[in-house]
Design a protein around this ligand. Structure first.
Ligand code: NAD
Length: 371
């Protein structure tokens, strides 16, 4: 059985606490006699890296990221670093990883565990059994396009510019991945863009339509304006299977989808790149959707499930270990059925637990499954 290498980047705030729970699960998997083995190395990113090294990620950590089979990332940021220079802000470390490793596809599943259907802000019948995937383009568009600047005009006013840039190839590779993923799910893709007011939206519609015709005519395909998509997600979320969209709209729509599952603390994600020609491996980073939650950091209150479920996605997508991924996801579902809840998903009549107790319970279920 081969050994898989993981780079752990806990980052800031609750990132550190929830990564500790993933390390315990890795320890459990490594302790099994016949299972796959994982070799881990850790480093700093975000504000923690800035405090130690004056940058949001060091070249040494970048080299480790390139060498690893997969990166498991916690969260970065917090008010402590609000005034650091823009190029060294904590988020710059994550953006650099995404950009340098060319992690162009962000997979954000929104799955509603039956035990949590009542914790959603939507009615149970709208979310029970929900299983949608927001596929967000991650390396192009408004967050990276140049010019990106604030200039002072002659009259003393300031003018800010962000540029939304997309090329045919950037759109082609992500929508192709969307059709591939849909074929393994409910065979349906919605492409969300603003072709009514944005030239980049026109190109998204043209390219996706052409890819559908030539590459995936077997997949049900719909075009939807991004603002309508935001409304439909609230009105009738189960109409969606895979939603493929650009970086900016994907950022917003995936956070909206997050709320349907009850809490940001439940949502994992995967960021995938192309397949490396020499190693044959797909570059990949796994992280919870939520941020560093400075309001609860260091208190042992954070929900570790999104982080643990992100690791389960690594098992599935980077290492083809669907049995182990099912085990981890099954253990999460079981502890929820038992009524254990962190504060963010607490409901009347349930048992409130902290980060470590939730990790303990998931580990106990894993041990019971493999006994
Ligand atoms: P956040 O996701 O950190 O928190 C939003 C709310 O959800 C908070 O009330 C928080 O307590 C709660 N929450 C989030 N995760 C939780 C968990 N696992 N368990 C329990 N409750 C949880 O978003 P924010 O407050 O807007 O941002 C805080 C910092 O995180 C900012 O510096 C922001 O830039 C950064 N951020 C980083 C990432 C990332 O690293 N990928 C993503 C989003 C925000």
């Amino acid at each position: 059985m081969s050994t898989h290498s993981l780079l752990l980047l806990p980052g800031d705030g609750i990132g550190v606490e929830i990564m500790a729970e993933v390390e315990r699960i890795i320890g459990f998997l490594n302790g099994r006699t016949n299972g796959p083995k994982f070799e881990t190395t850790s480093d700093l990113v975000g504000g923690a890296a800035y405090d130690a090294h004056g940058v949001s990620i060091t070249e040494e950590a970048m080299a480790k990221a390139v060498a690893a089979d997969a990166i498991i990332f916690g969260a970065v940021g917090g008010p402590k670093w609000d005034s650091v220079p823009y190029e060294h802000r904590p988020e710059a470390g994550l953006l650099r990883l995404r950009k340098d490793l060319d992690l162009f596809a962000n997979l954000r599943p929104a799955i509603c565990y039956p035990a949590l259907a009542d914790a959603s802000s939507l009615k149970r019948e709208l979310v029970e059994g929900l299983d949608i995937l927001i596929l967000r383009e991650l390396t192009g568009g408004t967050y990276f396009g140049e010019p990106k600047e604030i200039v002072t005009l002659e009259n003393g006013e300031k003018r800010a510019v962000d540029t939304t840039l997309y090329s045919t190839g950037e759109i082609d590779r992500i929508v192709r991945m969307g059709f591939d993923l849909a074929r393994k799910r409910q065979n349906k893709v919605h492409m969300a863009a603003k072709w009514n007011v944005m030239r980049s939206g026109v190109l998204w519609r043209d390219v996706t339509g052409a890819v559908h015709k030539s590459y995936a005519p077997d997949v049900e395909y719909h075009e939807i304006l991004a603002d309508n998509c935001a409304m439909q997600l609230i009105r009738q979320p189960k109409q969606f299977d895979v939603v493929v969209t650009d970086n900016l709209f994907g950022d917003i729509l995936s956070d909206e989808a997050a709320m349907m599952t009850g809490s940001l603390g439940m949502l994992p994600s995967a960021s995938l790149g192309g397949v490396d020609e020499t190693t044959g491996k797909r570059r990949a980073l796994y992280e919870p959707v939520h941020g560093s939650a400075p309001d609860i950091a260091g208190k042992g209150l954070a929900n570790p499930i999104a982080m643990i479920a992100s690791f389960a996605m690594a098992l599935r997508y980077s290492f083809d270990l669907s049995r182990e991924a099912d085990m981890v996801e099954g253990a999460i579902a079981k502890v929820l059925e038992q009524g254990l809840r962190t504060g963010d998903i607490m409901q009347a009549g349930m048992t409130k637990v902290g980060t470590k107790e939730m990790g303990d319970a998931i580990l106990k279920e894993l041990e019971a499954t493999s006994a």
